[in-house]
Design a protein around this ligand. Sequence first.
Ligand SMILES: C[S@@+](CC[C@H](N)C(=O)[O-])C[C@H]1O[C@@H](n2cnc3c(N)ncnc32)[C@H](O)[C@@H]1O
Length: 366
Amino acid sequence: MSFTFNFDVQLPTKCQQQENQPEDGKQDSEPVPGHTITTQAELLKAAVEHFLPATPHSLLNNVVSETITIGTLPPINFLNESVFEQTANERDDNEKIFSRTAVQGSDLISGVYEGGLKVWECTYDLLELLERDGETFAEKTVLDLGCGAGLLGILALKRGASQVHFQDYNSTVIEQLTLPNTLLNCVVEKEEKGRKGKKPGKQQNKDEIIIKEEENRREEGKSELKNKQKKDEAENGRPAKRHALDSSQHPNLSRCRFFSGDWTTFLERILKEDPSPKYDIIFTSETIYNKSYYSALHNTLHRLLAPDGIVYLATKTHYFGVGGGLHLFEQFVVDKGVFDMDKLWVVDHGLQRHVVAMHFKTKDKY
Ligand SMILES: C[S@@+](CC[C@H](N)C(=O)[O-])C[C@H]1O[C@@H](n2cnc3c(N)ncnc32)[C@H](O)[C@@H]1O
């Protein structure tokens, strides 16, 4: 898997804001996407919460999924990367990140697109480490910070975390990748298990079959929904309102929340809801490539980690061209004096990679 950075693009003084207006039941209304907000004299990408649509299967139109199984970990389903890339031009892309990355031939455009449309290799390292060390998630609150495809958060969900929050810089990533991946692991898998239970012996583990069935059901669902909407409209004399997904039908989903926006506005948003929210586990994989983001990242970890919580940070030693990497971040953390860092794992083949744990120094526990 190779990644390309675009070094010509400077960090913009005006970060690209979400151009998409919220659709009914899809996003919240505060702050309003499309408006620039100012924080600490910088213009930042507003934090937005994303909700599942009432008809979640609509997010899985024409998708092809694959499954990764690492040792004893539960299998994790996710959208096949090459098919996803090939079908990019068919997708909603209010941020224009599909077109911009294609034109610029880049996997990362600072301040515009932060790389979340691909699964980066340190995510797999961290999954392997979690398998090796047997982290348990039962009853824990988890944040997948800079989640991209969301595999780490999905694992926590499948392993019994009480809450999983997914955050990515780009709304397109959350809507086009993180949400569908979560659905593949909750809704589709649950239905799949139900069907298998009903028809023992009929193994349907081929993704194409699943997708075909999903398409059929979606088509049926669409016309059912249209008929119901028409009926509601006729009865009430006004257009039917879209409702958010009934998450009581999908207990795993009811434990998830999804956010886009940069770390500073995300943090503000979470603190506004609850001034002392705490996550037992924070995952952050391949997020320390740009040292101009260290302050926002460190602050987010500092304010959101539970006193005895742990941050799992997966990273390359160095991100050539972008400038960041483990040693620079380590120095930043040492200078701040808030966290201790323990090196859990070094992967030495190819470009050196690491998994590191961060804990509060005792005096800094909130
Ligand atoms: C290289 S991608 C890694 C995605 C995923 N964690 C993985 O390992 O596959 C870096 C992620 O960090 C997040 N990120 C980077 N800088 C950010 C910032 N300033 N504010 C918010 N998120 C940021 C983005 O969401 C992006 O998806």
